[in-house]
Design a protein around this ligand. Sequence first.
Ligand SMILES: N[C@@H](CCC(=O)N[C@@H](CS)C(=O)NCC(=O)O)C(=O)O
Length: 202
Amino acid sequence: MIRLYYSPHTRSSRPRWILEELGVPYDLHRLDFMKGEHKSPDYLKIHPLGKVPAMRDGDKFIFESAAIVAYLADKYPEKKLAPLPSAPERAEYYQWLFFSAGAFDDAIVNYFYHTKLYAEDKRVPSIAEASKATVAQMAKVLEKTLKDRSFILGKEFSAADIILASLVKFADRMKLLEDFPTLRSYGKRMGERPAFQRATAD
Ligand SMILES: N[C@@H](CCC(=O)N[C@@H](CS)C(=O)NCC(=O)O)C(=O)O
């Protein structure tokens, strides 16, 4: 059975969300950050950076949330959570998946670090401002794209929505999306999905 190495309120909710969407059985292996379980010698053999998520499938281990989500979408093609590799839609799927996990994640997280996570004397206001501006620039593109789409690829929910919506929700909590009503309602809608609710319930 698939095993997910997990801690609540982290990026490990992303693979848990897709596992719930897929409806496949999995074993949730919780790591207690307060006890430093993610930095234990045993766990460092699974994720050498001591982060979550990581996943075991058979005798293979994998880390990086978007890689896990994309892998799971492809493993169960009958669930239609990713366009098939040969489909033309696959190009745009990759676009939003990589955009979300790379540039968008980076800008949002940098803002978070320099306004909240770091101790005050380590925060650099100019980095926070620049990150905020980058998030706004990207949000504008997303706002326009989602104007006439229910999901980032159009009419169908996909694994790209899992990565994107988790970030949209995070950015919204930090009040970075006040000028982007379409994006905010997209995040809210994705958060109402039963699979998301189950994945974040405990
Ligand atoms: N790019 C990685 C980031 C993983 C990551 O930074 N995870 C955070 C939680 S969201 C973590 O485990 N932090 C603990 C630490 O760095 O010690 C992914 O998407 O999986």
